[in-house]
Ligand binder design. Structure first.
Ligand code: HEC
Ligand code: HEC
Length: 327
């Protein structure tokens, strides 16, 4: 160890320790956890354990007089501001929503939405700072989330386990699909993934009839599975899609064109380059044409421009891409 490192290292330890301590101290101040949880049952009791433990809900929410956190709404009945506990409140909000939109929306849909898409409805008087509870560092899985929903619905509401677990509504099923995809992708956020996709991928790929046409259509990509998609992004040449091979054309003057063979007719071929430009080459001018299977037209350094979080987010976004059934 050189001298600078020897001096800086203990200093870093002190800084790190202080941050950890502040983290614990704040958690204690803002409510304090109760018990921690192992495997949970989908039941109000299971959810209660998550709420006051792994889910860290108590760091921002209280339930009536239990806990002291105020960053998020109280989930119990508390003073004039909270005349209804969460279960009853969800029923009221759902009723308002159904009337406003003229489509069925249930209390369970409301509670599940507040976890699956916290930004979709922001409670009056609060900031849009509800945690994404299925992403790191909280990373609840679907079972744990269902348990928490059961707990919240049991607070003054009508606890309907069928609506939560065995026979959820279509809206709730969609939120569950989003949460599962995110959990499978290491807790990515598909909403943020959509933005990463727009910025890095849409110029070459089509989704639901929109976007570029250099690469394969990704509308149904979830069917290929997480592992495949992950390799396709990290090492494109390793999982080259059939029909999208990389062609190298050298003409008689020695000029080289690299891209996809997008047209092949009697007298000429079209090569589509990575930037989308199409080059037409007369067959009579071609000296050599061959496939390079060591390099994809899709850049292999895309992941370098992304943070780990971007990568998790985009994986969870792609795991939701499934073509809609034909009407
Ligand atoms: C970082 C702070 C924070 C954490 C952690 C957090 N929440 Fe929230 N939550 C909020 C805030 C702020 C709101 C209000 C804004 C909004 O509606 O998005 C909210 C809103 C909600 C609502 C809607 C409340 C209402 O009155 O309609 C529910 C339900 C909810 N959170 C459940 C949970 C659960 C369950 C957990 C734990 C798994 C949790 N929250 C963790 C901050 C947090
Ligand atoms: C310059 C154009 C280009 C860009 C930018 C690009 N791709 Fe591709 N992509 C391709 C081409 C060409 C292929 C087919 C060759 C291959 O498999 O590598 C492909 C293949 C794929 C496949 C495999 C599809 C299948 O059905 O087998 C996936 C998944 C994919 N890309 C995802 C992405 C994602 C995610 C991004 C953004 C982070 C991205 N691509 C950016 C051109 C591009």
């Amino acid at each position: 160890m050189n001298v600078t490192v020897a001096r800086v290292f203990p200093f870093l330890l002190v800084v790190l320790g202080t941050f950890l301590w502040i983290g614990y101290a704040i958690t204690d101040l803002t409510g304090g956890g109760r018990k921690s949880s192992a495997a949970v049952d989908i039941s109000p009791e299971g959810g209660e354990a998550i709420y006051w433990g792994k889910g860290r809900c108590f760091t921002c929410h209280s339930v009536g007089g239990e806990g002291s956190a105020v960053r998020g709404p109280n989930h119990g009945q508390f003073g004039e501001k909270f005349p209804l506990s969460m279960g009853a409140r969800a029923e009221e909000r759902a009723k308002e929503r159904s009337e406003k939109e003229g489509a069925a929306f249930t209390a369970v849909d409301y509670v599940v939405e507040s976890m699956a898409s916290p930004g979709a409805y922001v409670v009056n008087g609060y900031k849009n700072e509800m945690a994404v509870v299925y992403a790191p560092p909280i990373s609840l899985n679907l079972t744990e989330i269902k348990a928490v929903v059961a707990y919240l619905m049991s607070l003054g509401g009508d606890l309907d386990m069928e609506a939560i677990d065995s026979g959820p509504s279509e809206i709730t099923q969609k939120f569950y699909a989003k949460i599962s995809a995110a959990a499978a992708a290491g807790g990515g956020d598909p909403g943020l993934g959509a933005v990463v996709y727009e910025d890095n991928c849409s110029e070459c790929h089509t989704l639901n009839s929109e976007g570029g046409e250099v690469g394969p259509d990704l509308t149904d990509i979830s069917a290929k599975g997480l592992k495949f998609i992950s390799t396709a992004i990290l090492e494109p040449a390793k999982s080259m899609t059939k029909g999208f091979e990389t062609y190298v054309v050298v003409d008689k003057e020695g000029r080289q064109t690299v891209g996809l063979k997008s047209r092949d007719e009697a007298g000429e071929v079209d090569i589509t380059k990575a930037n989308g430009d199409v080059v037409t080459i007369a067959k009579a001018d071609i000296k050599e044409i061959k496939i390079d299977d060591t390099k994809s037209v899709m850049p292999d350094d895309l992941s370098e421009a992304m943070t780990v979080k971007d990568y998790q987010d985009i994986l969870s976004f792609l795991m939701l891409q499934k073509s809609k059934p034909k009407q």
